[in-house]
Design a protein around this ligand. Sequence first.
Ligand code: FMN
Length: 219
Amino acid sequence: MELIQAINERRSIRGFKTDPVPQNVLRQVLKLAVRSVSANNAQPWEFAVATGDVLDALRRSNQAALQEKQAEDYAGASLRGVYLDRSKALGKQLFSAMDIARDDRKSRSWWLARGFSFFDAPVLILLYMDKSLDETAFRFDMGCVTQNICLAAMEYGLGTCVEEQAITYQNGIREELHFPESKQLVCGIAIGYPDWTFPANNVVSTREAVDNITKWYGF
Ligand SMILES: Cc1cc2nc3c(=O)[nH]c(=O)nc-3n(C[C@H](O)[C@H](O)[C@H](O)COP(=O)(O)O)c2cc1C
């Protein structure tokens, strides 16, 4: 796949086929992804890749946590102004595609729970780094490798959804995966073969025009 085509066509996938993803394909995606830039080439990223029974256990623990807590813990909750507007616009696009009305609380809860179930993806990649690394500085590198994973995945016909929701409730994940105390989770990526009949997968999120967000000097 051409680079420009991949960048243009990448989108978050929130409905997957049940087909398993071969481990060697996932390894190849990660091998490509770690060619990413990182400050001082420190390469802060580490990965935990879960499928099958282990992933089911993570889903169960996430659903239990969701029942117990309020989903307002969600990262987007602090957005204001234009950032909130963009987030709301995305929500509208997704709910419209899924035919979920504004006052349909049952379907909205179902949708929320889907996110905490990693959109039923056959695989979840958790990205983490050492707690000794400064989070502000190294999250940048984690973002770069994340985008590489999403793009590299497309070469193998895979779709991805980067998910804050995947790591909102961490106790269960840490327990299930025997996660070392010295490591911090940064985000999750649901990954698998896209189900193109799933309506939300047809959503193309909007972007601000480049000239609205760019100052040009010396041209
Ligand atoms: C750090 C991060 C966290 C995200 N968390 C979620 C999430 O929890 N649930 C979700 O459905 N999408 C999540 N997304 C996906 C964004 O909503 C999506 O990338 C954005 O709306 C742009 O849409 P696109 O990926 O289809 O281009 C996340 C993306 C990033 C970068």
